[in-house]
Design a protein around this ligand. Structure first.
Ligand SMILES: [Zn+2]
Length: 168
């Protein structure tokens, strides 16, 4: 699956879930919710970037285990930043950016799961590649293009709806 598709799915998954779970208590918080989508954008291609050095795609980094490891590593940057912002008078739940990293990363291998190649989703507990084929991995211009467009359109609708609901 191409990186633009992963990015679109990652941001859409984050946007949909965060807007569903959080009711903002300030305009600033709403913008932090929106800004954190940048984290899901970048973490959505991390599984492939980590594996770039290796020849084989979709190894152990495409697993829940690694999505947790990467999220914990990212906390080393997020938590100090959160503490600093709080001291500057900007408060928001720290779980928001952490969730953004996790959902971006996780959406990557879940999306890969639905192509014919499959992923080692339960590594290291199960090293077998698993998947449920919805389309061919090679068919990049058909379903993938459509998924990319739909994901971005959904993301835009989610945020327009969010801001108009609370602030208009
Ligand atoms: Zn991948």
């Amino acid at each position: 699956m191409k990186h633009p598709t992963h990015k679109a799915i990652g941001v859409a998954a984050y946007s949909g879930l965060i807007v569903f779970f959080y009711k903002p208590f300030s305009v600033a918080f709403s913008f932090i919710l929106l800004a954190s989508s940048i984290l899901s954008y970048f973490s959505s291609i991390l599984p492939d970037l980590i594996e770039k050095s290796k020849k084989e795609h979709r190894g152990y980094t495409h697993s829940f285990f690694w999505s947790i490891v990467i999220t914990l590593i990212s906390c080393n940057l997020i938590v100090p930043l959160h503490i600093w912002l709080k001291s500057q008078g900007v408060y928001f739940p720290v779980i928001v950016p952490i969730f953004a990293v996790w959902i971006g990363y996780t959406s990557h291998f879940i999306a890969d799961y639905f192509t014919n190649k499959g992923v080692c989703i339960w590594w290291p507990f199960d090293e077998e590649r698993k998947g449920y084929k919805l389309w061919e991995h090679e068919d990049r211009d058909g379903p993938e293009f459509l998924i990319t467009i739909i994901s971005w359109v959904l993301t835009i609708i989610i945020w327009i709806r969010h801001f108009s609901f609370y602030y208009l």
